[in-house]
Design a protein around this ligand. Structure first.
Ligand SMILES: C[S@@+](CC[C@H](N)C(=O)[O-])C[C@H]1O[C@@H](n2cnc3c(N)ncnc32)[C@H](O)[C@@H]1O
Length: 254
């Protein structure tokens, strides 16, 4: 059922991926012919699909250290929203480790633009929304030299650590040394970006999970649900962020 695209050119790591900004302010990928985030906005998607779907912020409470693994760093919005949610939570874990993979890093300017246009006007009182531009500026400051391989940065006095594996998803996942407490699957749509959702990719993700790791994604594609089940995830369809009817959340119980 997945409609395979031609393999993208193997130019990874130059932080110059073209992002097309649509008239409604949403970011679009000419390479994959898909949008970077939900029509409902990046902040809404990050909070209602990825944070809620993995049980955050509750699941990091009482923990010394909490690790998030993401496939598809993109415009960094999930990272920034997770960092802002961590900041805003008086019961947060002491240390937040965030690991992600990306083959086609965008420019620092696009990271900042994305954070400014993540729909903060719809969330005037949200402490997360108001922090996004500030945190994005901090990320943009260190966002350089993104050659293929592992890059690590610390923020919030060392309490928030970002590890970015630059490269094709499977090689990049194999480069990461982490045990995830929560996983965000955020490739482009499985029909347009099948590498991010293949059985091999999801198998590598599962290898970085522990029993009880939670997982969330916006797609409920049957192939993705079935692959996750075969790997030992208990998968559940939940009401999605409109216009999507459903979203997926899962727990790893191999
Ligand atoms: C939907 S976007 C991610 C949005 C992101 N999580 C955010 O919060 O802004 C999907 C990302 O996956 C990346 N990607 C697609 N195919 C890939 C591959 N084979 N290996 C690594 N990254 C890939 C794309 O370049 C894109 O940045």
């Amino acid at each position: 059922m997945d409609k395979a695209i031609k393999s993208p050119p193997a130019v990874v790591g130059s932080a110059d991926e073209t992002v097309l900004w649509m008239p409604d302010g949403s970011p679009h990928s000419p390479r994959f012919k898909d949008r970077y985030r939900s029509r409902a906005g990046g902040l809404a998607q990050a909070t209602s699909v990825f944070l809620t779907g993995t049980g955050l912020p509750a699941v990091w409470r009482g923990r010394e250290r909490f690790s998030v693994l993401e496939t598809g760093f993109g415009l960094g919005l999930n990272f920034l929203c997770t960092w802002a949610a961590w900041e805003a939570d008086p019961q947060r874990c002491e240390s937040l480790q965030y690991a992600s993979v990306e083959a086609f890093p965008v420019t620092g300017a696009d990271l900042v633009r994305s954070a400014r246009t993540a729909c903060p006007e719809n969330h005037p009182d949200s402490p997360i929304a108001s922090r996004l531009p500030v945190l994005a500026a901090q990320l943009a400051q260190v966002w350089r030299g993104l050659s293929p391989g592992i890059h690590q940065w610390s923020f919030a006095g060392g309490c928030v650590q970002l590890t970015l594996a630059v490269g094709e998803v499977q090689a990049a996942l194999q480069d990461l040394d982490c045990q995830a407490d929560a996983v965000y699957l955020d490739g482009f749509s499985p029909a347009l970006n099948p590498q991010m959702w293949s059985a091999e990719t999801l198998h590598l993700v599962a290898q970085l999970c522990r029993p009880g790791t939670t997982l969330a994604t916006y797609t409920v594609a049957a192939s993705v649900r079935e692959r996750l089940r075969q790997l030992g995830f208990r998968v559940e369809k939940c009401p999605g962020l409109p216009p999507k009817r459903d979203r997926l959340q899962a727990v790893f119980w191999p």
